[in-house]
Structure formats: structure tokens, C-alpha cells
Design a protein around this ligand. Structure first.
Ligand code: PMP
Length: 282
């Protein structure tokens, strides 16, 4: 399998990162994960747009245009003959002697990307998964898709160690998002999710779901909800590029509904699959 380093396609073993790369030392960089179905990118443009937005927010100048990047990722996907999986891509502020302030303009950003086969999590989507609840201890710019993920990692590890799939994060009992997903509840035929503020990453899957709500006739509000409202909800699910629309059948100690995926959640899964087939064929 080939990887991309800046604009070069190469074998993974040939790829090198400087030990003073700012991504490696500080997490000073940004990333994206793009889903591939049937050899095509799903919502590729939205992910690439978001990468450019993240770059702007951290004052990082990207060494390519959206068009060039899209072409390069296409090439990578094709040489690796990726059918169902992901492209991971990241950009760091480059390599320079370690210092906190930004290096001079002649230090170029470092881009890397690779592909990985990842099946759709069909079993989990059918049966639903469980989540723990954890304090959101992260910083106040969660809208940036930054390489700094320690707060997310600590929460996910706690979930894993307790046999759960995800951690639902909250600030003072207000649910923000998951450790690597957005969180949704449905109560009395209305969907709710945290608004796209600085406290969450505005997921591409989240945006797709809100669009699909209109299609299937489910009303929604982008309004934060509390842990208590989540415990009393009819349905709870998480969503991300890799997990799609993933039912949560237990959050913390609370069983959701009858411990099976809810009817609107299943409707959204169906609509989401429709969107995949429409964009990526099958
Ligand atoms: N929030 C966080 C913290 C995430 O890491 C992710 C997954 N990258 C998401 C939300 C979902 O975003 P997306 O739908 O774009 O994958």
C-alpha cells in the first residue's frame, strides 16, 4: 500500500517524519478522515472544506489548493485499489527547532495521507452499542479538528476499559458530543443535538443527518440537552464518519427504550445508506 507525503506517492516504509516535526512534538496540526464506499469518497468535498477551515483557525497555510488535494487523494485511493475504507490525512506546521511560537514562513507544512480498509460496522449498527458518560475536560476550541486529542483519548480509553463503544461527554451536565462522534437524542418525535459552537466538532455525518431529517419528516432542534434529558429520551444515537448512525442502547447505567435501536434511528440509518448509494453507487 502506498502513502502520500506532501505531493509524493511512496511505499509506507520509505515515508519519514522529522523528530522535530511540530505535529509530532506539539500536536500542532489538523486532520480529516474521509469514508470510501465502492471506491468513491463520501462527502469528500465537505471534509476537504473543513480541513481548510481548521487550517485557517490555527493560522496554518496549506501548501496546496482544494483541487490539487482532491486529485492527490483520488490518486492514492486508486493506486491502493481501496473499495470500502477510509483515507486519513493530516497536515502539521512542519519541522523546525523546537520552540512554542510558530516558525518562519519558509518552514513548510507537512502533509501525510494513507488509506485503510474499514468495513461498515453492520453488526453494531443493527444491535446498538453502549456508552459511558464522562466529564468533557477538553479545551474550548473543539470546533477545530486538531491533532491534539488527549482529552478525547482519555475518555475513549475509559469507555473501552468498561466494555463500552463510546464516551458521551458533558460539561456541567450539558451533553456536548462523543469522544469521537456527535450525540443525538429523540424525544416525542423530535431530534436534538448540540448546536455547532466552539464546544463540538461540527461533524460531516451530523450535517448529513440533519439534512436527512427533513427528507424523512423528522423535526429537529440544534439545542443542547442535559444528561437527564438524554436518560429520559426515547432514542439516543451517535454519529461519525466511520460509525455512521450508531444506536446507543445504554448510556451510563440507563437503558434506552427497550435496549434495541429506535424507529427513527433505523429510519435515519436507512436514509443514510440511501445517501451513500446515491453518491458512491453500488
Ligand atoms: N466529534 C469528534 C470529537 C470527532 O472526533 C468526530 C469524528 N472525527 C466527530 C465529532 C464526527 O465527525 P464526522 O462526522 O465528521 O466524522
Amino acid at each position: 500500500n502506498k502513502v502520500l507525503v506532501n505531493d509524493q506517492l511512496m511505499e509506507r516504509q520509505e515515508a519519514k517524519v522529522d523528530i522535530e516535526d511540530r505535529g509530532y512534538q506539539f500536536g500542532d496540526g489538523i486532520y480529516e478522515v474521509i469514508r470510501i464506499y465502492s471506491g468513491s469518497m463520501f462527502t469528500g468535498k465537505e471534509h476537504i472544506d473543513r480541513l481548510f477551515e481548521s487550517a485557517k483557525k490555527i493560522h496554518l497555510e496549506l501548501p496546496f489548493s482544494e483541487e490539487i488535494l482532491t486529485k492527490k487523494l483520488q490518486e492514492l485511493m486508486e493506486v491502493n485499489q481501496l473499495q470500502t475504507g477510509i483515507i486519513y490525512l493530516q497536515v502539521t506546521r512542519g519541522a523546525s527547532p523546537r520552540q512554542h511560537h510558530f516558525p518562519d514562513n519558509d518552514v513548510k507544512a507537512v502533509f501525510t495521507a494513507y488509506t485503510k480498509e474499514v468495513p461498515r460496522p453492520e453488526k453494531q449498527m443493527t444491535e446498538g452499542v453502549t456508552a459511558i458518560v464522562a466529564d468533557d475536560i477538553r479545551w474550548l476550541r473543539c470546533d477545530i479538528k486538531s491533532l491534539n486529542l488527549l482529552g478525547n483519548l482519555l475518555a475513549k480509553q475509559e469507555a473501552m476499559s468498561k466494555g463500552s463503544y463510546e464516551a458521551v461527554l458533558h460539561r456541567d451536565s450539558t451533553v456536548t458530543e462523543g469522544s469521537s462522534s456527535n450525540i443525538f437524542i429523540i424525544k416525542n418525535d423530535e431530534l436534538r443535538t448540540h448546536p455547532a459552537t466552539n464546544l463540538i466538532l461540527n461533524g460531516i455525518t451530523r450535517r448529513e443527518i440533519l439534512r436527512l431529517c427533513s427528507d424523512i419528516g423528522l423535526s429537529y432542534k440544534e439545542e443542547a440537552f442535559t444528561l437527564d434529558e438524554m436518560y429520559k429520551a426515547d432514542e439516543v444515537f451517535m454519529a461519525s464518519t466511520t460509525a455512521e448512525v450508531m444506536p446507543l442502547v445504554q448510556v451510563g447505567d440507563t437503558v434506552v427504550g427497550d435496549r434495541t435501536p429506535g424507529k427513527w434511528t433505523k429510519e435515519l440509518q436507512k436514509a443514510f445508506l440511501g445517501a451513500i448509494q446515491q453518491q458512491c453507487g453500488e
